[in-house]
Design a protein around this ligand. Structure first.
Ligand SMILES: Nc1ncnc2c1ncn2[C@@H]1O[C@H](COP(=O)(O)OP(=O)(O)OP(=O)(O)O)[C@@H](O)[C@H]1O
Ligand SMILES: [Mg+2]
Length: 317
């Protein structure tokens, strides 16, 4: 009887990697210091973190492009080191800083990678045409790679990464340097890959909004370690950031405001009094009632939820 498909697409435990560079006095860089991460099948998971955090190194290990020094990683039920050949057929990776042979044309690049996965003849032509169509690359199919704009290069990278119809896709900063409107379309495409094909996607990004919009779960990574991971909502709750109620008051805010029930912090700057509360929906009516009773005029009111960026700043402290 065949064994059932594992429910985890990725099960990485204590993965560590140290780079050694230079001959005479080798420099050692601990890029990963024991990273543990589980990704369920069909999920979109984001790795967030500053430059040099280890995001690309981790993706490269999971994609069998680098060998870890310590730890284990099972991807689609296979070991990334022992079963790398079998695994490679089932996954793919695209980088936001793609590099392909500069003189190759768009269709030649996709066909080249298709051949690496064993496609040939009509099947290869059909696959290349379909990807070119899907990624709106038709007008550029005969254009050499070196003549493409950043956005088009990224689209070619994304098209190329789907040439083997992967079950698992790694995207390293998929919207790096793209115009906002192009980023929106790339993100919509990523969401559709999961929705329509059930693809599991792990992406790295510097953009908190991107992670919040696309990812079921995010992991914050810094200096080779995962600081915290979970759904964006759970992370915000865990850090206890609270909602922010911003008020324009006349006259100045009364002293009791900072001590009111549910208010965690209160500060006034540029005419706005910002109160961080545990739950805006619950606290706002009482606050407004009390202000009104105190004879304070509320000129304007804004409520916003905390952003992932704030979670990260808090975690990285
Ligand atoms: N081939 C290499 N040789 C030596 N050091 C490396 C190599 N690749 C990465 N590093 C180092 O390992 C650390 C992690 O790098 P990595 O590229 O994984 O970070 P990152 O989180 O992807 O950063 P960025 O957001 O800038 O892409 C960095 O200190 C980097 O300089
Ligand atoms: Mg990187």
């Amino acid at each position: 009887m065949p064994s059932p498909a594992p429910t985890l697409a990725i099960d990485a435990r204590e993965v560590a990697k140290t780079f050694r560079s230079g001959w005479f006095r080798p420099r050692l860089t601990d890029a990963l210091r024991g990273v543990t991460l589980q990704v369920p099948r069909g999920a979109i998971v984001g790795l967030l973190g500053p430059n040099g955090a280890g995001k690309t190194t981790f993706l490269s290990i999971l994609a069998t492009l680098l060998i870890p020094d310590r730890g284990t990683a099972r991807v689609l039920g296979l070991d990334v080191v022992r079963d790398s050949m079998a695994l490679r057929r089932r996954l793919n990776m695209a980088s936001g800083r793609p590099s392909f042979l500069w003189s190759l044309r768009v269709s030649e690049i996709i066909a080249f990678y298709g051949r690496l996965y064993g496609l040939s003849g009509v099947a290869l032509r059909v696959r290349v045409d379909k990807l070119i169509e899907q990624y709106e690359l038709k007008p550029y199919r005969r254009v050499p790679y070196s003549e493409l704009s950043t956005g088009l290069k990224q689209r070619v990278a994304l098209a190329k990464s789907l040439v083997n119809d992967p079950e698992l896709l790694f995207l390293d900063e998929p919207t790096l340097g793209l115009d906002p409107d192009v980023s929106v379309r790339v993100r919509a495409h990523i969401a559709a890959l999961r929705r329509e094909r059930g693809m599991t996607i792990v992406l790295t990004t510097h953009y908190m909004r991107e992670a919040e919009e696309l990812c079921d779960e995010v992991a914050f990574i810094k200096a080779g370690r995962i600081l915290d991971a979970g759904t964006p909502e759970a992370l915000k709750r865990r850090i206890g950031l609270g909602d922010v109620i911003a008020l324009r008051l006349e006259p100045a805010p009364p002293a009791w405001l900072g001590e009111a029930p549910g208010v965690l912090r209160c500060a006034t700057a540029d005419g706005w009094t910002k109160c961080t509360v545990d739950d805006a929906e619950k606290r706002l009516p009482d606050l407004l009632r009390q202000l009104f009773a105190d004879g304070v005029t509320v000129r304007n009111v804004r409520v916003r939820e905390p952003e992932l960026e704030e979670v990260f700043v808090e975690l990285a402290r």
